[in-house]
Design a protein around this ligand. Structure first.
Ligand code: ADQ
Length: 456
């Protein structure tokens, strides 16, 4: 068996030292499989200069990178439009960010068809070949592949929440998108809630025949299962135990000079609840003057989707909130909120995780949230405050769970995390670490692939 992975992005990038594989959960999970068994990775080509077919590594190739070249206009409508302005907000229940435009769905249709075409050209016509499609960028591709290859083995993993049926049906193209997905043999989500929502969507909107874990529609049966994703636990554990990381963490603590550090690390995205978290920290400071000068909140936000207006507006609002809090509370030698709008290396992130006494992870919705797992793996004694509206919350009951819309609850949780007795902190962390070990991303890929032959 070999594997054909189909994802929005290819897993390699050009650096000053030549081509390298990119760092990220999906690449980490799937490259070892491709390296071992060979195969193809199909992804978009954002730059016309890049080759359409690129065996990788060049000298002794393990697999083929196949690009689907996109024009600027296609990228605008398919990626920034349909994926980021339609499917992303609706799946996270944030429909005030929804922009429904015909050019988005039209381009999404044609780009999905071209992805499917590339798969048909590169992937062996053999039912033993697994075609594994990733995420909300590619909902229509499975149906196109199925039409040309009735015997193909096709899977899809959906990395974000699948919303309640009543929310998904807001999309004028909801039925068409569902039909696209139901070209698969197997669809994976992080948690059972999303599985149930998907099955209900198929039942109500398509009148499909369903059981608790299958959907049968026009003669095709699709299994729908929960396969929670993990991180590369070994890698994060090793990185966070290096001298480099320990020194960076100690330096950070020295520089901030406060007894306590609370961190937040996210892409700058309106789903991540950064504003609500800042307001909660403000409330915590208002209510707890005894912590003035004693606690620093360090928020790191990676620039993301900067062409989309909602993201530009969020950036302005976060800048304002940070300015407001620091304007009100800062005093000599104490800056309550340290805010960095940039990307860091994983080593640097580990240093932040290690330096922190608590992590404040409060998305308004999140499919899983792997920052949570990175923090748990890297920290020695930190406490975790986690939004109950994340996939991770289902798997990590030992976190201090909060409703991210409840400002008082959040402010109270910060206090509780900082004042948690050592014994309780240790007990919770031990159990959290065990859960994260079990989720490991290599096992995630293995479990999903095994499930084609042995259902979960
Ligand atoms: P994302 O929405 O991107 O992923 P998340 O799971 O939190 O969300 O992963 C973010 C990744 O980016 C982490 O690995 C983190 O280390 C990294 N990162 C964040 N800020 C960074 C910074 N400043 N510098 C460098 N790296 C940074 C989507 C879904 C999630 C789901 C994942 C995996 O939205 O719900 O968990 O896919 O399926």
């Amino acid at each position: 068996m070999s594997l054909t992975v189909v994802a929005n992005r290819v897993p390699i990038r050009q650096t000053d030292d030549g081509w390298k594989t990119s760092v990220g959960g999906l690449t980490t999970a799937l490259l070892p499989v491709l390296e071992q068994q060979g195969g193809v990775w199909v992804g978009m080509g954002e730059d016309a200069e890049l080759p359409v077919r690129q065996p990788y590594p060049q000298d002794d190739p393990d697999f083929l990178v196949r690009r689907v070249p996109l024009s600027e206009e296609e990228l605008e409508n398919y990626y920034y439009g349909m994926a980021n302005r339609v499917l992303w907000p609706v799946s996270h229940y944030l429909i005030q960010h929804l922009e429904l435009k015909n050019e988005f769905i039209d381009t999404y249709r044609s780009v999905n068809e071209r992805f499917a075409q590339a798969v048909l050209e590169e992937s062996p016509d053999d039912p033993g070949e697994i075609i594994w499609i990733q995420d909300y960028h590619l909902m229509l591709a499975p149906r196109h592949i199925r039409e040309e290859r009735p015997d193909a083995t096709i899977g899809h993993f959906w990395h974000i929440p699948w919303p309640a049926m009543e929310v998904f049906r807001i999309l004028p193209w909801s039925r068409e998108l569902l039909r696209g997905m139901l070209g698969c043999d197997l669809i994976g989500f992080h948690v059972q809630e999303y599985v149930d929502n998907f099955i209900e969507s198929a039942e109500v909107l398509l009148d499909a025949e369903v059981t608790e874990d299958t959907v049968t529609y026009t003669g095709q049966t699709t299994r729908v299962e929960a396969h929670p994703i993990g991180i590369d636990v070994d890698r994060f554990r090793r990185m966070s135990a290096t001298d480099e990381v320990k020194q960076k963490a100690a330096k950070l603590r020295d520089r901030l000079g406060t007894q306590n550090i609370v961190i937040g690390i996210d892409r700058l995205d309106y789903t991540k609840g950064i504003l609500s978290r800042l307001t909660a920290f403000e409330r915590f400071l208002e209510e707890n003057p005894q912590y003035h000068g004693k606690v620093s909140f360090y928020q790191i936000a990676t620039p993301s989707r900067t062409k989309v207006e909602s993201y530009q507006q969020l950036k302005r609002e976060v800048d304002e909130a940070v300015g407001r809090i620091n304007g009100q509370f800062a005093r000599d030698n104490w800056v309550p909120v340290n805010y960095r709008y940039r990307t860091y290396t994983q080593f640097e992130l580990c240093a932040f995780y290690r330096a922190a006494d608590a992590a404040l992870i409060t998305p308004l919705r999140d499919g899983m949230n792997v920052v949570t797992q990175e923090f748990i793996t890297a920290t020695q004694s930190g406490a975790l405050i986690l939004s109950e509206l994340t996939g991770a919350a289902y798997l990590l009951p030992e976190a201090i769970q909060v409703n991210p819309y409840d400002q008082d609850g959040l402010a109270g949780a910060i206090k509780r995390a900082l004042e948690m007795p050592d014994e309780e902190r240790r007990r919770r962390l031990t159990s959290l670490k065990t859960s994260v070990d079990e989720l490991d991303v290599h096992r995630w890929a293995g479990r999903f692939l095994d499930s084609f032959t042995t259902p979960a």
